[in-house]
Design a protein around this ligand. Structure first.
Ligand SMILES: Cc1cc2nc3c(=O)[nH]c(=O)nc-3n(C[C@H](O)[C@H](O)[C@H](O)COP(=O)(O)O)c2cc1C
Length: 180
């Protein structure tokens, strides 16, 4: 089983990275080979709306998304993590999501059967605050073609290591990874 982890936080060792890595930890113990990228370190342009993907089926923008397209093609599982910024995903994660547009129009459904876990961290201590938004995001990823497995969110994570104090959540994250 191949597993891809993407972290959409500029705090490279922050809560989002820790949450994604926790999910991946047990996936690895079960023989998976996780490949992890931090989107904040990658050169990812926004979609330029050239519509080439509608004609060719693929994106023609030559940046690091090309490597991610290859990794998505190979992977069985994607774990995508983002901090909540201004009540939505981060600017680092957003270009990645927009650049999934070619898959929406690909009638061969290349993402079918690829499992997706969405992982968020938020400063707000109430884990239900962005529940509707997280549901909406699950809908987007289903529309793109992923088999959306679940969403997990860490709340009240402001300091860079705050998530480490949330033992119950970390156990839940590991369980998710184990069941992938
Ligand atoms: C620009 C910015 C905007 C933020 N907006 C929100 C928000 O709307 N709601 C919220 O709960 N937390 C918000 N936060 C807090 C982060 O979501 C939270 O601290 C998160 O765990 C950071 O993840 P990291 O440790 O991986 O960087 C914001 C933080 C920043 C820097």
């Amino acid at each position: 089983m191949k597993v891809l982890g993407l972290i959409g936080s500029p705090r490279i060792k922050g809560n989002t990275a820790k949450l994604v890595k926790e999910i991946l930890a047990d996936a690895s113990e079960n023989g998976a080979e996780p490949v992890v990228y931090n989107l904040a370190k990658m050169n990812l342009s926004g979609c330029n709306a050239c519509s080439a993907c509608l004609k060719k089926g693929t994106c023609i923008l030559e940046d690091d998304m090309q490597e991610l397209y290859r990794k998505i093609e190979e992977t069985d599982v994607l774990v995508l993590g983002s901090p909540v910024y201004m009540r939505e995903i981060s600017a680092q994660a957003k270009p990645f999501v927009d650049r999934l547009h070619p898959f929406v129009h690909d009638s061969s459904k290349p993402l079918a059967g690829k499992r997706l876990v969405l992982a968020y961290t938020q400063g707000n201590p109430n884990v239900d605050t962005y529940g509707k938004y997280f549901e909406y995001m699950e809908g987007i990823f289903s529309h793109v073609g992923f088999d959306v497995k679940c969403t997990v969110a860490a709340a009240g994570t402001i300091g860079v290591d705050d998530i480490l104090e949330q033992e119950e959540l970390l156990v839940k994250a590991r369980e998710i990874g184990k069941n992938l």
